[in-house]
Design a protein around this ligand. Structure first.
Ligand SMILES: [Zn+2]
Length: 274
C-alpha cells in the first residue's frame, strides 16, 4: 500500500508508523480575509494548502500534511466584509496547542507553514514556544519566502509594493489553482503609498515593522497590481514553493540540532586549565 500523505486520513496505528518513519509534519496556517473585488476570501488558505499538500503527495516518505489552521490573526482587516480574526493571544496559544500536540504524538520535526503575512511573527513565537515546551523541533516559514528567485524571473509588478496583497503574486496562484473563481474583470491596480522606510512587499518588506488599519491604505483591499496576473506565473510560483518545501523538509529532518545542556552551576573546561 502506498503511503498516505494527509495526516487526517491516517488510522491511529498508521500515525505510530508515520512517527517511526520520522516524517516532517507540515501544518498549513492561513486566513479568511478580504482579497479585493476579484478574489475569494480563502486566498491564503488555498495557496498554503496547495503548497503543503503537493509537497506531501510528492514525498509522503518524508512529509505528512496536517489539516490546516484556517483562521488567522487579522484585526487590521476587520473594516472589510469577509474578514474573520482570532485575537493575537488566542491565535498564538491555539497554534502552540496544535503544534505541541504533534510533538506529544511523537513527531520530532514540525513545520508551521504560513500563508498570511500577519501570522508570521506569531508563528515564529509559536514555534519557539513549542521548542521550549516539548522535545520536538518546531520551525516556521512563510511559503512565499521559498519562491523569491523564481518569482523574480516572471515578476512584472514594481518593487516595492507591486506584490503585497491580492496582487500579481497571489492572483496568479489562484488563477493556477482554480481560475473559475477569479473575477479578473473586477481586478484593480491599487498601489499603496510608500516611502524610504514605510513600504510593504511580500517578497521583501521594509525592516521597519508597521501595520495599521488596512482600510486607511486602500479602499479596494488590494495592494499591488493583480491585473497582470496569469496562471503561468502562478505555476512558476507554486512549483518553486513545492520544490523549496521538500528541500526544506529534508534539511529540517537531517539537521543536527544537538542536545540541550544545563550549564548553570557547572564549572567549564576552559583552555589553560588542568
Ligand atoms: Zn493573502
Amino acid at each position: 500500500m502506498s503511503l498516505q500523505a494527509e495526516y487526517r486520513k491516517l488510522t491511529w496505528p498508521e500515525v505510530n508508523e508515520a512517527v517511526r518513519q520520522g516524517r516532517v509534519v507540515l501544518i498549513p496556517v492561513g486566513a479568511i480575509e478580504q482579497h479585493g473585488y476579484h478574489l475569494p476570501i480563502d486566498m491564503d488558505n488555498v495557496a498554503v494548502e496547495t503548497v503543503c499538500l503537493r509537497a506531501a503527495y510528492e514525498r509522503p516518505d518524508l512529509i505528512v500534511c496536517a489539516p490546516p489552521i484556517h483562521y488567522g490573526y487579522n484585526e487590521h482587516n476587520m473594516d472589510f466584509p469577509g474578514t474573520i480574526s482570532a485575537e493575537l493571544e488566542h491565535f498564538l496559544h491555539y497554534c502552540v496547542d496544535v503544534a505541541r500536540s504533534f510533538a506529544r504524538q511523537g513527531f520530532e520535526r514540525i513545520l508551521l507553514v504560513n500563508g498570511h503575512g500577519s501570522n508570521a511573527h506569531l508563528l515564529d513565537a509559536a514555534a519557539r514556544t513549542v521548542n521550549i515546551k516539548s522535545d520536538a523541533k518546531c520551525a516556521a516559514i512563510s511559503y512565499w519566502d521559498l519562491t523569491k528567485a523564481d518569482y523574480d524571473t516572471v515578476r512584472e509588478s514594481p518593487y516595492p509594493g507591486g506584490a503585497n496583497h491580492a496582487c500579481e503574486y497571489e492572483t496568479s496562484i489562484y488563477l493556477a489553482v482554480d481560475p473559475d473563481l477569479v473575477q479578473m474583470d473586477k481586478a484593480v491596480k491599487d498601489m499603496r503609498h510608500h516611502s524610504k522606510y514605510f513600504y510593504e512587499d511580500l517578497l521583501g518588506g521594509s525592516p521597519v515593522r508597521f501595520t495599521g488599519w488596512r482600510s486607511a491604505q486602500t479602499k479596494s483591499g488590494v495592494g499591488g497590481d493583480p491585473t497582470i496576473a496569469t496562471a503561468e506565473k502562478g505555476n512558476v510560483i507554486l512549483e518553486s514553493a513545492v520544490r523549496g518545501m521538500i528541500e526544506l523538509a529534508q534539511d529540517f529532518k537531517d539537521f543536527p540540532f544537538g542536545e540541550r545542556t544545563n550549564l548553570i552551576g557547572v564549572d567549564p573546561e576552559m583552555p589553560g586549565q588542568g
